[in-house]
Design a protein around this ligand. Structure first.
Ligand code: SF4
Length: 443
């Protein structure tokens, strides 16, 4: 038995069921989770029950799933840097999670299957990035809060600094905390609006769906406000990164002129650090303008390299999937370190036609990195928006196998979870992980 099923009783006690193996969900199907797909839950992982659910385990004797009526399903929210391979297997008597207040769906988190191996909790996932700066022990608010207060006071009148203070202390955004701690990657949110309507948008959600994780910024910072945040970080922080395109804003390319002006000013002031843009890649010409101003790298978000699956989730307004592909090409041609932010979902991104389309996009554009980021959404909400024939997970090869296959086919491709400082643009950082080195034939 790979791992035992974990369940939660009506009193909130979580325990294992020795008679049932851990089951997971791939697409909309329940399957057994094999030992190859299990890792000890990493530091900082949250484990909780799914409200209104019934736990589903795998009956190895009968070779099929078994739903338990009196106990709830248990799920994990993994530490960043791990890509989940299976969703939690959970049944809902009424077919979907019960209404919670006005919300029909679970919060926008990346739910993963979690079990018990006799000694400890194990999750259906694999480590996809060796970088450790997102480990929760780095984020002690007893240290961070006084630095927030001091820096807000030093930047009186700067709306962006006040916004980041809220992000750091209310939304607990690690990037915002990093600016106040003067280390690693710092955020530069700038866009109040967006030209997409992602089903799982974390900054803007319709009232009856699920709560947005944070409010969108309500203003476009001035070049001076952006400089006051970015230049000291670029100048003083070793391997420092400043990034446009955060969870608390819309699409940064909708304010591309402001970004281009700001980036040019940053580079007038310092040649150090990495200036990065996270974007939905909807406006290739605008991207080129910002690139020419002095951008170093870009990460273009998509949930699929196929228009049909992309449109079902992003619901683009005034642009098409072809524009996103054009942005990838334009970014590589402009000399930017170019990454995809692939929002992965077990049973969707590892289907044969999705894998083929992704490999074609990588091969044809020469992009440098693919982030394998867990899509943070209620599985029922996501699957409900996909065309029915894409829900089953039919022929899915497994997300871990997808990662290995990409490394075999593109040994110089970097894979992971986090943006890279320009000092790391040359060699794939992921090769520090055994599975990636092996797949790339580097022994
Ligand atoms: S591109 Fe970003 S801001 Fe725009 S709808 Fe999607 S998640 Fe939200």
């Amino acid at each position: 038995m790979s791992a035992r099923l974990l369940v939660c009783d009506a009193d909130g006690r979580i325990y294992d069921r020795p008679d049932l193996a851990l089951a997971g969900q791939v697409g909309d199907r329940w399957v057994p989770v094999t030992a190859d797909d299990l890792v000890p839950v990493p530091e900082g992982t949250k484990v909780f029950f799914l409200p209104g659910s019934r736990a589903v385990g795998w009956d190895e004797g009968r070779g099929r799933p078994r739903t338990l009526k009196r106990v709830r399903a248990v799920a994990a929210l993994l530490q960043a840097g791990y890509t989940r391979t299976h969703l939690p297997a959970a049944a809902y008597p009424k077919g979907t999670p019960p209404k919670r207040g006005c919300h029909d769906y679970l919060p926008l988190w990346a739910y993963a299957a979690v079990g018990w191996d006799g000694d400890r909790m194990v999750a259906a996932a694999f480590r996809s990035d060796p970088m450790t700066h997102s480990e929760t022990h780095h984020y002690d608010d007893r240290q961070i809060a006084p630095r927030v207060e001091a820096r807000v006071a030093r930047h009186a009148g700067n709306r962006l600094v006040r916004h980041l203070a809220r992000c750091a202390l209310e939304y607990h955004c690690f990037a915002a905390k990093n600016w106040f701690m003067e280390r690693w990657e710092a955020p530069l949110p700038a866009a109040p609006s967006c030209n997409a309507r992602c089903v799982g948008c974390i900054s803007l959600q319709p009232a009856d769906c699920c709560p947005a994780s944070q409010d969108r910024i309500g203003f476009v910072p001035t070049v001076d406000e952006l400089c006051a945040v970015a230049v000291p970080h670029l100048e003083r922080v070793p391997r420092g990164i400043v990034s446009f395109g955060q969870g608390c804003e819309g699409e940064p390319l909708t304010v591309a002129n402001r970004l281009a002006e700001a980036v040019a000013r940053f580079r007038d002031r310092t040649g150090k650090g990495t200036i990065h843009l996270n974007t939905n890649g909807s406006l290739p010409d605008a991207l080129v303008r910002v690139a020419r101003a002095g951008l170093d790298s870009v990460r273009i978000s998509l949930n699929s390299a196929r228009a049909e699956t992309y449109d079902a989730y992003y619901r683009p307004r005034g642009y098409r999937f072809d524009d996103v592909v054009a942005s990838v090409r334009a970014a590589v041609d402009a000399g930017l370190y170019t990454a995809l932010n692939l929002l992965v979902f077990p049973g969707v991104n590892d289907r044969p036609e999705e894998v083929d389309a992704l490999e074609r996009l990588i091969g044809e554009t020469g992009l440098h990195m693919v982030h394998l980021r867990n899509l943070s959404i209620d599985p029922a909400l996501y699957l409900g928006h996909l065309p029915p024939r894409l829900r089953s997970g039919a022929g899915a090869i497994g997300l871990r196998n997808l990662a290995v296959r990409l490394k075999r086919r593109f040994p110089r491709l970097d894979l992971g979870y986090f943006n890279r400082p320009r000092e790391a643009f040359g060699a794939p950082v992921v090769d520090a992980l055994g599975w990636a080195r092996e797949a790339a034939g580097k022994g």
